[in-house]
Design a protein around this ligand. Structure first.
Ligand code: SF4
Length: 204
């Protein structure tokens, strides 16, 4: 597995994810990034910050129509505004103490929030709580599939968590590299240049 990581790192370099000022901002970004591009999320985050709403208390108590306008650029804006309010209420209720909880308890809580699926919950756990949970996204699934590895979310996640050191920074960088490779190669159909597929399973 580290051979995949080192191969990606060699061609893409460090990605330094996740750009955010606070853990709450990471969580907001994780919700907003569903079904949209990151530059739209950046715009929405900037809009929320400009209105001083990037805090659980302020966002939880903001007018939903105002939030909708601020996050409109990310698509599904009514749904996302509603979900942001619910998540803000959760952060407001529990405070930063949520990040001191055991990973599986935190994950269970997050998954109970409306609109938070496994990828979003694990992104929050990894990038906001700084706990080792490997994130499986569509690009990771696609790349693994090309390497002859398939499975459901939990099965794919287990492959990484079982084989890698429980190193938060490694998990962060690895996920970011998969996403970047997916954008630069898979999405652009640069399969003839693929540095992973030729080696296939021997990389793992
Ligand atoms: S570049 Fe093409 S072959 Fe390589 S992992 Fe992506 S989709 Fe698969």
């Amino acid at each position: 597995m580290m051979r995949i990581y080192n191969t990606l790192l060699a061609i893409l370099g460090n990605q330094h994810w996740w750009p955010a000022d606070t853990a709450f901002e990471v969580a907001v970004g994780a919700l907003l990034t569903q079904q949209t591009r990151w530059n739209n999320v950046e715009q929405a985050i900037s809009n929320l910050k400009n209105k001083s709403l990037m805090e659980p208390e302020k966002l939880a108590n903001a007018d939903s129509e105002i939030i909708e306008e601020l996050v409109r650029c990310t698509g599904f804006y009514r749904q996302k505004a509603h979900r942001l309010i619910i998540m803000s209420e959760y952060f407001l209720l529990h405070g930063d103490a949520i990040f001191n909880r055991p990973v599986e308890e935190l994950r269970k809580d997050l998954l109970e929030l409306k609109g938070v699926g496994e990828e979003t919950a694990d992104s929050i756990i990894l990038y906001a709580a700084n706990k080792p949970k490997f994130v499986i996204d569509a690009y990771t699934r696609k790349i693994l599939n090309c390497l002859g590895i398939s499975g459901n979310y939990s099965q794919l996640q287990h492959i990484f968590e079982a084989q890698l050191d429980q190193d938060v920074e490694l998990f962060k960088e690895f996920h970011a590299l998969f996403v970047e490779y997916g954008k630069q190669y898979c999405l652009k159909h640069r399969c003839e240049e693929c540095v992973l597929i030729g080696v296939g399973k021997t990389l793992i």
